[in-house]
Design a protein around this ligand. Structure first.
Ligand SMILES: Cc1cc2nc3c(=O)[nH]c(=O)nc-3n(C[C@H](O)[C@H](O)[C@H](O)COP(=O)(O)O)c2cc1C
Length: 195
């Protein structure tokens, strides 16, 4: 085992203070920040070294296409998404500096798929922490557009090979103050010892 890290307390504080950022303003990331976050992700624990994560950086054209899918999902043929609701969705999907799509390699055995999902989650969290350490916000999102078959087609993801486990929005918080922490259970409620 290695010796204690000189910045252990700072690292623990960083973990405790990381928050999901919901609202983004436009603006590029510092050079190399995304790359550093992805490198951090690659070091995540994974059983059997399956390294089941795959990441896609979504460029402007594909991002616009995903926005159209999102708008389509929120509207109906009779009442397509319009006006302020469309603007809100546009801000949500087009403002963040980067959109990473996180995929998991498909595994035949359910027990491997389950462990691979855990590994992918570790990788995503490592990336989010790396970003936060550089003052960059992120948000993991699931549902809706992330699972739509048109999204797979748009991104060239073959569902027989990979499953999209979520989107990670990355960028600068639109709000001046850091997001408030949510109420969480204390250690006394989730931890016990056995002799
Ligand atoms: C697997 C997963 C899926 C998530 N999906 C969403 C989502 O679709 N929309 C959203 O606003 N937040 C999503 N989140 C973020 C959680 O809402 C957030 O982590 C939680 O509220 C705790 O807030 P914090 O990250 O600021 O501590 C997701 C988080 C995880 C781990």
């Amino acid at each position: 085992m290695s010796s204690p890290h000189p910045n252990a307390a700072a690292f623990q504080k960083l973990i405790a203070e990381r928050r999901t950022v919901q609202d983004y303003r436009q603006g590029a990331l510092p050079d190399g920040a995304l790359q550093r976050a992805l490198e951090a992700a690659l070091s995540a624990p994974n059983h059997r070294m399956t390294e089941p994560w795959r990441f896609i950086q979504v460029g402007p054209a594909a991002r616009q296409a995903l926005f159209e899918i999102g708008a389509d999902l929120k509207g109906t043929p009779e009442a397509p998404l319009a006006g302020a609701a469309r603007d809100r969705l546009a801000a949500k999907m087009l403002n963040p500096a980067e959109l990473l799509v996180v995929c998991q390699l498909q595994a035949e055995k359910p027990e491997i798929a389950q462990e691979d999902y855990a590994a992918v989650a570790c990788a995503v969290y490592a990336a989010m922490l790396s970003l936060w350490s550089e003052g960059i916000g992120s948000k993991w999102s699931t549902g809706g557009v992330t699972t739509d078959p048109r999204t797979y087609a748009c991104l060239g993801v073959d569902p027989a090979q990979q499953r999209i486990v979520g989107f990670v929005w990355v960028g600068h918080d639109a709000r001046p103050e850091a997001p408030k922490p949510k109420r969480r259970r204390g250690l006394d409620q989730v931890f016990r010892s056995v002799p």
